[in-house]
Structure formats: structure tokens, C-alpha cells
Design a binder for this molecule. Structure first.
Ligand code: AMP
Length: 467
């Protein structure tokens, strides 16, 4: 099996140490020349060289529309889905505007909801700015404070931070934002969902008012609109995609299945080696752990990422997935927010999200940057209403399919963990392509599978609904 992970564009997420000069990675810039497709944008040749080395040939629509105004210093609201290239759309203008500034002071701050996003943005920053003397640092929770303190005291010019950890540093008195010129609020709707808006407001009240502010959000709920009204000045709004639309290039498919057979169905799906890089979403951390263990039991290795994993475990899981070492990554929504992996071939919604926006964000993990991908959703009868709601929001009817030969009527094991732990559950192998239309919305018939006992089966302490 060949991995579809495109290493050329893959971002490293090594934990940040003391901030390095971005030019450390290569001392002298190559002859920048003109980058095809980026030539007309108002960016210094050093930045165009960074862009070219990342393999970008043309600006994405949001870069095309954001960069000129952002370089001009204008406040902006960008409504764009993840995967549209918005990170470079704000990082390039920051770098451009900071190029001539005296160094040694924090000049730009990017606030982002999760540590993964902070690390990713910092990774892009290092790459895009490698031919400049500017320094960047990521500041986020779950790791020690000392390196970050040094970065903040040392005046790294560009700080990418999660709100809670930044406030911790600010309360200690050594953070100096007096020279700050640019603020970016990234994924503002997710900051709202995660309860960070009060922290964001506290930080914003401490910043100089003479600054440029850019706010990016996939959706614009009222609280985010209020935030923009309170902290942006005469912003220009740049809307890239309908906020109700899922990423272009995604093929959606629903797989109706009883709750207790979900794991067995997923196992059947994974037989298809075309599923080369699979991101599986579960509703809870517990379900993520249980599913990964179940897959492991079947000899299908899967990495896990969720909020209870240590930072080292999360980085390791992401690295393994990015590099193609792990074909499967089981994730919860918050941990997976903004995960940027090139070439995710399939997103599997093991659980139907309760909110259409969450569905959009999840499936946006595939088909990133104008590629294509598949999004499969395992829909139990109890989840039908939620799924209907998602279809209404997206304005599409998602095709239902069944896996031929899969034992859809296999009974739930007594006092089981509800994992659908059938060693040979389902019969025939093969992808669910060619499945039927909405007539197949409910489960169908099939041969009951032979059952394999699991070591811990039958203890029955847990109610099935918790799994
Ligand atoms: P983002 O929406 O910022 O998370 O970016 C999504 C993915 O698109 C990342 O992997 C970027 O490396 C990639 N990307 C950003 N800009 C471009 C571009 N102009 N051409 C190709 N890929 C890009």
C-alpha cells in the first residue's frame, strides 16, 4: 500500500524550543525569482521563495483576496472553511509587514483555539519566513512554561498562542505587547465553542488599540459578530465559501448500521486498501480509546488523539499519521480541530455529529487544498434525525450504501461493550461503492457472523449506551 501523504507539503510539529531565527534552517536565501501565480501579490522576494519551497504554485482564493488588503494594513474578517489556505493568507501579510520592523519586540500575535493549530501555524511560519530574520514561537498549554517564557521575554516577533496559556504568562508580568501591531483571531467560532471568548476578550483589552486586526472564522455566530464589532475597525469582509457548504471535492456516503455493529462495519471498510489514510471521529474520548483498542485487537493498528492524551502522545500520533506510519488515526473533534495532514483519503464519522458545523469541519480534514477525498458516516437508527439535519443544512441528500454480505442483523452480544466485536463479522470484502439509494436507509439482512470471544467480554459493567 502506498501512502498518499504528500511529504513535500507536510508540516513538522516538533515541540518548539527557544525561538529560533527563522533563517536558521538555511543561511542564505536562494535566488527568489518570481513564483508562478504569486508574482502579482505584494510580497517580498524572500517570502515568495518561502512560498515556492512549500510547493505552492498558485494562491488559493482566500490568499488571492486577503493578501493585498492585509499587507495594506486593513482590518479583515475572513469567513473561510479550514483547508482553504487561510493560515498562509494571514501569515504572509504578517511577515511582509514585519520585514522592515526593528526586531526584538513582539509585533504580531495569532490567537488560535488548540495547541495543534498553534504548532501548525508556527510550523508554517518557520517555513514561509525562513529567509527573513523574524522569529516566531508557539505558546500553548500542556507543556512546561520555561521555553515559552524565554520566547516571550526575548521578544520573538510573532507569537502564536492559545488563550489560556497566554493569559497564564501575562499574569506573571513579563509579557510585553506594547509594540504589537497585528492581531489575528483564528477559528473564532471554535474559540467560542470551546468557551475561550472571555479569555480572548481579556487578552484583547491588554493590547494596544492602534493595530491591525484580522478575524477568521468558518461560521459567524452572533457572539463572534459581537467580538468583531467590539475589536475591529471598519473591517473588510472576505467570504470564501458558503458557511453551510462542506469542502468541495468530498464524496459523502452514509452507511446505516446498528450501533453495536459499528466497529465491525468499520473493520470491513478498512479492508479496502484504497483507504490509505483514514481519520476516524468518535463522539467521546472514551469511545476513541475503545475503538482503537478494538481495532488493535483485530490486528489493525490505530493511533489516537484526544484531550486526555499527553502532548507527547498527541504529537507522536500526528507524526505517525502524517508520515504514513499509521494508516488510521482515531480522534475526537476538539483534538482534531485544524489537523492539517496532506492526503487524508477518508474521513469516517464513527458517530454522527450532533451539529452540522461539526460535520463540515470533520469532512474538511479530507479534500484539503483542492484535493479530493471521501467522507463516510456510520449512521445508527438513533442517529437518523441528526443526520437528516446535517443533510438539510448542507442542502444535499447523501447517498446511503450497504456493504454486500455484511451481517447487518447480527444480534448485540449479551452484556457486551457494544463494540460489535465480531471476529469475522460481515462477509464479503470490498468498498461500499455502488450502494443503493435512500431506500437502504435502515439496516438490511445478512448472515449472522460467527462470533469470537474477546478476553474481557461478558463482564458487563458498562451500559451499552456509554459505548
Ligand atoms: P489551511 O487552510 O491554512 O489549514 O491550509 C490547508 C492546506 O493547504 C495546508 O496543508 C497548506 O500547506 C495548503 N496550502 C496553503 N496554501 C496553498 C497554496 N497556495 N497552494 C497549495 N497548497 C496550499
Amino acid at each position: 500500500m502506498t501512502s498518499r501523504v504528500d511529504k513535500r507539503l507536510t508540516t513538522s510539529v516538533a515541540p518548539p524550543a527557544v525561538p529560533r531565527t527563522m533563517s536558521d534552517e538555511r543561511a542564505s536565501p536562494p535566488d527568489a525569482g518570481e513564483v508562478e501565480g504569486f508574482g502579482h501579490l505584494p510580497l517580498h522576494a524572500k517570502l515568495k521563495a518561502g512560498v515556492r519551497e512549500l510547493g505552492y504554485l498558485h494562491p488559493t482564493p482566500i490568499q488571492e483576496r486577503t493578501i493585498p488588503d492585509a499587507v495594506g494594513g486593513r482590518d479583515l474578517i475572513g469567513t473561510a472553511q479550514t483547508g482553504t489556505g487561510k493560515t498562509a493568507a494571514f501569515l504572509l501579510p504578517i511577515l511582509e509587514r514585519m520585514l522592515d520592523q526593528p526586531t526584538g519586540r513582539t509585533l504580531a500575535l495569532v490567537l488560535t483555539p488548540t495547541r495543534e493549530l498553534a504548532l501548525q501555524a508556527e510550523g508554517f511560519l518557520k517555513k514561509l519566513g525562513r529567509h527573513t530574520p523574524l522569529r516566531g514561537a508557539a505558546v500553548y498549554g500542556g507543556v512546561g512554561m520555561a521555553d515559552q517564557e524565554r520566547a516571550l521575554r526575548g521578544g520573538a516577533e510573532i507569537i502564536v498562542a492559545t488563550p489560556g496559556r497566554l493569559l497564564d504568562h501575562m499574569s506573571r508580568g513579563y509579557v510585553r505587547f506594547g509594540q504589537l501591531r497585528i492581531l489575528v483571531l483564528d477559528e473564532a467560532d471554535r474559540m467560542l465553542d470551546m468557551g475561550f471568548l472571555p479569555d480572548v476578550r481579556r487578552i484583547l483589552r491588554e493590547l494596544p488599540t492602534q493595530r491591525q486586526t484580522m478575524l477568521f472564522s468558518a461560521t459567524m455566530p452572533p457572539e463572534v459578530v459581537r467580538l468583531a464589532r467590539d475589536f475591529l475597525r471598519d473591517p473588510k469582509t472576505i467570504q470564501i465559501a458558503e458557511t453551510t457548504a462542506a469542502a468541495v471535492g468530498v464524496t459523502h456516503l452514509a452507511l446505516p448500521v446498528p450501533q453495536h455493529l459499528k466497529a465491525a462495519l468499520l473493520k470491513e471498510l478498512l479492508v479496502d486498501q484504497a483507504m490509505s489514510s483514514v481519520l476516524v471521529f468518535t463522539r467521546t474520548k472514551h469511545r476513541a480509546d475503545r475503538l482503537a483498542r478494538q481495532l488493535q485487537f483485530w490486528g489493525i493498528p490505530a493511533a489516537i488523539i484526544h484531550g486526555d492524551r499527553s502532548q507527547a502522545q498527541r504529537i507522536n500520533a500526528l507524526e505517525g499519521f502524517r508520515s504514513g506510519r499509521n494508516r488510521i488515526l482515531v480522534a475526537t473533534d476538539i483534538a482534531a480541530r485544524g489537523i492539517d495532514v496532506e492526503g487524508v483519503s477518508h474521513v469516517v464519522n464513527y458517530d454522527v455529529p450532533t451539529e452540522p458545523d461539526v460535520y463540515i469541519h470533520r469532512v474538511g480534514r479530507t479534500a484539503r487544498a483542492q484535493r479530493s477525498g471521501d467522507a463516510f458516516t456510520l449512521v445508527s437508527p438513533e442517529e437518523d434525525d441528526n443526520f437528516d439535519h446535517i443533510e438539510q443544512r448542507l442542502g444535499i441528500e447523501i447517498r446511503r450504501a450497504r456493504i454486500p454480505g455484511f451481517a447487518y442483523d447480527a444480534p448485540a452480544p449479551p452484556a457486551s461493550h457494544g463494540t460489535g466485536s465480531f471476529g469475522r463479522g460481515g462477509g464479503r470484502r470490498g468498498p461500499p461503492r455502488g450502494g443503493s439509494s435512500s431506500g437502504d436507509r435502515r439496516r438490511g439482512g445478512g448472515r449472522p457472523p460467527e462470533r469470537r470471544r474477546r478476553p474481557n467480554e461478558g463482564r458487563g459493567h458498562e451500559r451499552r449506551s456509554t459505548w
